[in-house]
Design a binder for this molecule. Structure first.
Ligand code: PRP
Length: 189
């Protein structure tokens, strides 16, 4: 669905703008990440911890390309309480269903912007005693993140603009676009 949607807080409309990563490029990026992860975890069975909701499309494609045994689990976190800027505080809406103690954990994230969400989740999971804890993100914004931490797998560094598609939303719209695009705010639908 890519028709314009009415913005919640103002008399304007939002719609996908310029495509910055086409569907076939996304597929190549995901395949490359899956190859790297399969190589690095060749003798292990990691738990892929997916941060909902934005990361779900990425996980679904990534896990089907992994050549290693793995488990998946989900953590529903939210920091953007509708709109285009982080609220700065992270909320765990739903927690994992499994223990990560003594397990190899790989966080699967769709985008790192300020890094606040990830820093919070890394701290939470680290306290639960995983054997290892790494991060794989499809996108990382190019500007310096507020939070600095090593990110083992980065699909693509993008400009510091709000993007939608391939799981990423604007006020819950545009997650189903097969590509990643900027967001345009316009006066008329
Ligand atoms: C988005 C995105 C990341 C986070 C990144 O989630 O999926 O989890 O923000 O932002 P940060 O690096 O500035 O913390 P959001 O809170 O919008 O929830 P969603 O995944 O349900 O869309």
């Amino acid at each position: 669905m890519n028709r314009p949607v009415k913005c919640m807080r103002e008399e304007k409309f939002a719609r996908p703008g310029e495509v910055i990563i086409a569907a076939d490029e996304i597929a190549d990026i995901v395949a490359g990440l899956a190859r790297d992860i399969s190589r690095d975890y060749a003798d292990r069975t990691p738990i892929l911890v997916n941060l909902l909701k934005g990361g779900v499309v990425f996980l679904a494609d990534l896990m089907r390309q992994l050549s290693i045994p793995h488990q998946i689990d989900f953590m529903h976190v939210s920091s953007y309480e509708n709109g285009t800027s982080s609220s700065g505080s992270v909320r765990i809406v739903d927690d994992l269903s499994c223990s990560v103690w003594d397990r190899d954990v790989l966080i699967i994230e769709d985008v790192i912007d300020t890094g606040i969400t990830l820093a919070y989740i890394v701290n939470v999971l680290q306290l639960r005693g995983p054997r290892s804890l790494e991060v794989c993100t499809l996108l990382k914004k190019g500007a310096e993140s507020t939070v600095h931490m090593p990110i083992r797998y980065v699909g693509k560094v993008i400009p510091d603009v709000f993007v939608v598609g391939y799981g990423l939303d604007y006020e819950e719209s545009f997650r189903t676009l097969p590509y990643i695009a900027t967001l345009e705010i316009v006066d008329q639908p």
